[in-house]
Design a protein around this ligand. Structure first.
Ligand SMILES: [Zn+2]
Length: 55
C-alpha cells in the first residue's frame, strides 16, 4: 500500500509518512501554521474608504 505525498504527489516514504521527505513535511507544517493562525491586527491593514466620503 503506497500513499502519495500530499505536497508533491510522490510516493511517501514510511519514514516521513504521509510525506515523501522531511522537506514536504515542513512545507505542510508551514501551510498549516499560516493557514490556521491569522495574525491579529490583519484588519488594521484594511483602510476605511467610507470615512473619506464623510463631510
Ligand atoms: Zn513530497
Amino acid at each position: 500500500m503506497t500513499t502519495a505525498c500530499p505536497i508533491c504527489k510522490k510516493p511517501a516514504e514510511p519514514k516521513f509518512r504521509p510525506f515523501c521527505s522531511s522537506r514536504c513535511a515542513n512545507v505542510d507544517l508551514q501551510r498549516w501554521l499560516s493557514g490556521s493562525y491569522v495574525l491579529p491586527g490583519d484588519e488594521l491593514d484594511d483602510e476605511d474608504p467610507g470615512r473619506d466620503a464623510e463631510t
